[in-house]
Design a protein around this ligand. Structure first.
Ligand code: IPD
Length: 284
């Protein structure tokens, strides 16, 4: 970075401002959650497909993102926005809202009650006004709202993680053989074949595996000790931005598959003692 760029690098808001930003994220996530939960038709139709025929969009994905974009832009016109359905729009503050309007769209489509609205605010000092990159961003606040389960997960950078106001502390976790490990599968068929091979190797070595279908809730489950670990390859930034902060603020270790920053190439979350064991098992 040049000296000029460094001088202009955005600065994270202070603690009071962060709490106000979290309140905005939570208010907005709850409103979007009510929209998708209360407004869910008895038969949900697929409105469009994206990366593959199994990567679907419902009308509610679009409506939820439109509501979130409207609320956040009205309150914070200076911030950027990165949403699953509408992509990136640049801001001037160096801060970007990263939004999944329905994480777990396939669950939502089938009426499985595990889906969430995910809203994070991130600072990317390296990327400035460009689309933020999980390799260099700092998540500042995160809210994952599960409207069907009536649970809300929140986190502020340096301020801890909470589930409905109760502080979360991720456990160290059992040894690998006793670990309940969550994972997920992308929409690309070739990647799924690789993921199936990894599952075949891992399953005999752990207590059991879970495929919940909502990456943000998987990560929050690690924060709350509902699973011991979660890993997935192929996630998009909006799948994990908010829940990553919940997990790390709860004390879980979250890295990529080679130990660096988590991202599309791999994300592994687990308690501090279990994390290296799962990392080694994935590497092998
Ligand atoms: C998906 C879910 C799923 C994960 C996929 C994600 P979406 O997000 O989080 O659990 O396995 O990789 O794409 O498409 O429902 O927002």
């Amino acid at each position: 970075m040049t000296a000029d760029a460094a001088a202009a690098a955005p600065v994270a808001p202070d603690g009071t401002a962060l709490r106000e930003l979290l309140a905005l994220a939570e208010r907005t996530a709850r409103e979007a959650g009510a929209l998708i939960h209360d407004g869910r038709p008895s038969r949900v139709e697929v409105a469009a497909t994206k990366s593959s025929p199994t990567d679907v969009v419902t009308a509610m994905d679009t409506a939820s993102e439109a509501l979130i974009l409207e609320r956040l832009t009205a309150a914070r016109p200076q911030d950027g926005f990165l949403g699953e359905e509408t992509g990136h729009r640049a801001g001037t503050s160096g801060l970007t809202w990263v939004v999944d309007p329905i994480d777990g769209t396939v669950n939502y489509l089938y009426g499985i009650r595990a889906y969430a609205v995910s809203i994070a605010l991130v600072l990317d000092p390296v990327r400035g006004a460009s689309e933020p990159d999980p390799a260099s961003w700092q998540p500042l606040v995160g809210c994952v709202h599960d409207p069907a389960g009536a649970e809300t997960w929140t986190a502020v950078r340096g301020g801890g993680a909470h589930l409905d106001g109760r502080a979360l502390h991720a456990e160290d976790g059992p040894e690998l053989a006793g670990a309940l490990v969550a994972t997920g599968f992308g929409y690309d068929a070739a990647r799924r074949a690789e993921q199936a091979a990894v599952v075949a190797r891992l399953l005999p070595r752990v207590r059991d595996l879970r495929r919940i279908g909502t990456a943000s809730l998987d990560l929050c489950a690690v924060a709350a000790g509902r699973v011991d670990a979660y890993y997935e390859r192929g996630l998009k930034p909006w799948d994990f931005a908010a829940a990553l902060l919940v997990a790390t603020e709860a004390g879980a270790v979250v890295t990529g598959f080679t130990g660096g920053a988590p991202g599309g190439e791999g994300l592994l979350a687990a308690g501090p003692a279990l994390h290296p064991e799962v990392l080694a098992a994935l590497a092998s």
